[in-house]
Design a protein around this ligand. Sequence first.
Ligand code: F6R
Length: 608
Amino acid sequence: MCGIIGYIGKDNSVKHLIEGLRALEYRGYDSAGAAFFDNEGRLCSVKAAGRLANAEAKLTPLPDSTCGIGHTRWATHGAPSDTNSHPHGTESLRLVHNGIVENYAAIKTELSDLGYTFESDTDTEVAAKLLDYYYMKEKLTAHAAIERMTSRLVGSWALGILFADAPDTIWAARQGSPLIIGVGKDEHYIASDITAILRYTKDYYQLDEGEIAKVTRETATVYKDGKEVIKELKTAHWDIEAAERGGYAHFMIKEINEEPAAIRTTLHSRIKDGLPYFSSDGFDTKIFARISRVHIVACGTAMHAGLIAKGVLGSLAKLPCEVEIASEFRYNDPLIGEHDLVLIISQSGETADSLAALRLAKEKGAATLAIVNVIGSSIAREADAVLYTMAGPEIAVASTKAYSVQTALLYLLSVEAALVRGKLDLDAAKMRVTELYERVPEAVAEMIARENEIKAIAEKIAPNEDLFFIGRGADYYLAAEGSLKLKEISYIHSEAYAAGELKHGTISLVTPGVPIIALCTVPRLYEKMVSNIRETKARGAETFMIASADTGVADGTADHILRLPAISAELAFLPAVCALQLIAYHAAAARGCDIDKPRNLAKSVTVE
Ligand code: F6R
């Protein structure tokens, strides 16, 4: 999604803007731009469709400047083009915007009647011209004009604003889209994402809903409803190394390699005397004895992590669990109330649909819990309780380590729920926790060490345009994630199917050579899976089996077999998903795809 960076200090602002925008590229974008004051105090703008390099070329040689704002745009209103890129504005001001102005059409008509003309198709230009109206025509102060303008908008925004007559100030505002103010020595930043400024500072103020900030070289003053608000200075715990590729070809493969350590870090403080321990998170797990149902609500990969939890909560804790797509949940009038726990899973903590689902759940009186990776993100702050995954920054658009830590944490939480509900004895719980903490990271590392074997499989499937992932039980849920990962980065069309369902229609698409990736990590379902694999083989499919270490596989069951490291069936999903991630990665690499920045995708989906 869109990214914002701003700099004011003694250094060259344009250099900081370019570096900040480069750090934000991972979020997904299709054009970039910047506004800055030159050394004669003139307000200048540069913008270009396409990669950041296009805007950068227009900014070379670096103009002398100590104050500026920059933006990467992910098109919503209007195609990617130079004109639609941000900043937008007038002679008197420039503005960059993350979010969506929903009522832009009505305001545009109103401004057109007042004589304003519009060059772009964007909602942002409407906001910029509305601000110009209050500043230039109604002669309000900068602060009052921003207040008036934002009071008229419906939607979400993080804004960075420069006024032509104030070359020593950046204004910022937030409603529904994240924005922070970075604090350096004699310099300040604004950024939509901490990774944009980590290279320079870890100290920041977080803007809250409805706040407006005036940022100068020396000061950052935050206002809400016209009154100054004292903000707490926070320190980011992520290192710049964590947000850099560190010698790997792509962030995605770096992040897969980080999985074993990330799983341990996420679990470490939540295990005491060999048992789950959530007291230091401030989450009272006794709630599992009171509630009648868990609703897991999330999007994409995070939703697939929820599917794994649904299986484990059911089998270990005998707790009914629904998994719902956040964008559906919010409009389906969900039947939830005080006997339900709504669990939101989100890496970014800013996904618009997941955040809206959380708000709806609270409105309906359900207890809410969030599993989130980004500290201080909106979902983390608004849920009744939060369990942070500790994966460090996830930069690749394709989520990998976030899924692994989410599912590992959800498994631990399910063991705790089972204990609280009296469905598991202490020894059985300890055995599971030990395997989760000791064996799972090792098994994932063993899978990664076999990257070349997995790459060979990926290269076999890479030339195809269609394939199927099949599985039963937890393997069906894994298939969903394997299929999503492959689609999003390699652009190979694939479908995840419950293996037994294929013959109810879709097997008509299985023709000679179509690859079938069959997940067989659940021993009790193995024989059934073998029958389903044979059905596809009989139609000429090229079959790939991902099987647990101890399953006896008869010769000829599948054309290719990848054995998982030794691990219990309940936890096999973790090394198995790692194999699926590596298949997607190497298939995309073999097809020459832009792995970290797949087309049309954004890292953090802050629009509906
Ligand atoms: C896929 C992917 C997306 C996200 C989804 C939710 O690789 O990354 O499907 O999982 O957009 O994002 P978060 O977890 O940030 O809410």
